[in-house]
Design a protein around this ligand. Structure first.
Ligand SMILES: NC(=O)c1ccc[n+]([C@@H]2O[C@H](COP(=O)([O-])OP(=O)(O)OC[C@H]3O[C@@H](n4cnc5c(N)ncnc54)[C@H](O)[C@@H]3O)[C@@H](O)[C@H]2O)c1
Length: 189
């Protein structure tokens, strides 16, 4: 926040997200854009249904986080065909695939960020990629049928398994045609 305060124009200010601050600002806000993410978990509901009464009629809520359940209690996913609906006089825009409005640009942006990881996976195979790359290890959600991402395990109330353990157990458990156990080189040439 300190960094943003330094680089943003003078008419932009940052405010720490607390229920009190959110409620106070709703009364004077024309446009609320929700974009919170807690990795692997459902988005926290920062604006409650009763808070909508604080907002002016005709004001707008855009909940970008709708694909993770939304951070505003009154949102449900909409499409580009029918993008908006109204609750208590407040216009809701909750398209679950907003980048689809600019598919070419968004595909360039996304693949610029993700392609290096896809190449790494293809080069190393899943076992070595998880063993050797901290980033891919911490990004893996499910390996060998086990949940290897703490927040996902908590969200579904299922056991969490360390990624390295999960991928080695899966490789060791898979019987080969000759009856021996597979080496942990699953997916490797
Ligand atoms: N609807 C769409 O078309 C669309 C498109 C792109 C992304 N998304 C979704 O938008 C969300 C945000 O994506 P991102 O890439 O910007 O994520 P991000 O991780 O870069 O940013 C999320 C931010 O939320 C903040 N945050 C977490 N809890 C908070 C709280 N209680 N109060 C205030 N801030 C809080 C985090 O500090 C973080 O800065 C994700 O759910 C993503 O899936 C939706």
């Amino acid at each position: 926040m300190r960094y943003l305060d330094e680089i943003l124009p003078a008419n932009c200010r940052t405010i720490y997200s607390t229920p009190h601050a959110v409620r106070e600002l709703l009364a004077e806000t024309d446009l609320v854009i929700g974009a919170v993410l807690i990795h692997g978990a459902a988005a926290p509901k920062l604006v409650k249904r009763e808070d909508l009464k604080l907002m002016r009629k005709g004001s707008v809520i855009v909940d970008v986080a709708v694909d993770q359940g939304g951070c505003i209690e009154t949102v449900h996913a909409t499409t580009h065909a029918q993008p908006t609906y109204v609750v208590d006089g407040v216009i809701h825009y909750c398209v679950a695939n907003m980048p689809g409005a600019v598919p070419r640009t968004s595909t360039w942006a996304l693949t610029n960020a993700t392609l290096p990881w896809a190449v790494k996976l293809a080069e190393l195979g899943p076992v070595r990629a998880v063993e050797e790359s901290h980033e891919l290890r911490t990004a893996a959600n499910v390996l060998g049928g086990k949940i290897t991402y703490q927040a996902v395990a908590e969200a579904f109330d299922l056991p969490y398994v360390d990624p390295i353990e999960a991928i080695r157990a899966s490789a060791a458990d898979a019987p080969r045609k000759d009856g021996a156990k597979k080496s942990p080189a699953l997916g490797r040439k």
